[in-house]
Design a protein around this ligand. Structure first.
Ligand code: PGA
Length: 240
């Protein structure tokens, strides 16, 4: 069984969130990361395990607009995305921020889902593994092995992430398996940890059957298709 994490980004409003909950079957093995204000709607209906899309690198207190790891834990959040490419790009998250976020999550027992991936130009230059390797080492080198053991890595090639309207072209199964194996080997050699690796980028009902055949891949981080009930129901059904 694959790990399925829905990253609902900022796609849905209150009505859309209620509609999605009503029209999807859900199960506790599947994790949904809604926008912060809707976390409790997912807790109330308890169809899914609840995650979050981000966390503050700080402890809380006088940090306007932030949500601390402790606050997330108090909302029954079990997983949290860290270092998504949209946050790295739009909010200029630094390496130090990512390290702090992971540490803070670990302190309260939330599993960090750490995102890495190359952009279009880096893919064309054929330096995917260099980029992904660097993104991992520059954060993991500053963490305790006990913390690294808790992390799930999401390999998300930036060029394969959908704009919400159209799914992007995605890597071949061979390419995904190759990068996944590279990540697992790197983390195993460097830190002696067997890490789980998800694929993310335009996963949908049309490509999920083929993706399901990549045995080395532990699951998916799903954006656009995680706000469309029909799409998401299909993906969950194929994972039963
Ligand atoms: P997508 O997004 O499935 O819409 O491409 C994935 C992600 O950004 O996590």
């Amino acid at each position: 069984m694959k790990i399925i994490i829905g990253n609902q980004k900022a796609y849905l409003d209150l009505e859309g969130t209620n509609k999605f909950i009503k029209e999807t079957k859900g199960n506790k093995e599947t994790i949904i990361c809604p926008s912060y204000p809707y976390i409790n709607l997912y807790n109330e209906n308890s169809k899914y395990t609840v995650g979050a899309q981000d966390v503050s690198p700080r402890d809380g207190g006088a940090t306007t607009g932030e949500l601390s790891a402790k606050q997330l834990a108090s909302l029954n959040v079990k997983y949290t995305i860290v270092g998504h490419s949209e946050r790295r790009e739009f909010f200029k998250e630094s390496r130090e921020d990512l390290i702090e976020k992971i540490k803070k999550l670990d302190e309260v027992g939330i599993i960090p889902v750490f995102c890495v991936g190359e952009n279009r130009a880096e893919k064309d230059e054929d330096i995917t593994k260099d980029v992904v390797g660097r993104e991992i080492l520059q954060v993991f080198d500053y963490l305790e092995r006990e913390t690294i053991q808790k992390i799930i890595i999401a390999y998300e090639p930036i060029w394969a992430i959908s704009d919400g309207k159209n799914p992007a072209r995605i890597p071949t199964n061979v390419e995904i398996a190759d990068v996944t194996a590279y990540i697992k080997d790197l983390v195993s050699e460097k830190y002696n940890v067997e890490v789980k690796v998800l694929y993310g980028g335009s996963v949908n009902s049309k490509n999920v059957d083929e993706l399901n055949t990549i045995s080395i891949c532990d699951g998916y981080l799903i954006g656009g298709a995680s706000v469309k009930p029909e799409e998401f129901n299909y993906i969950m059904e194929r994972n039963e």
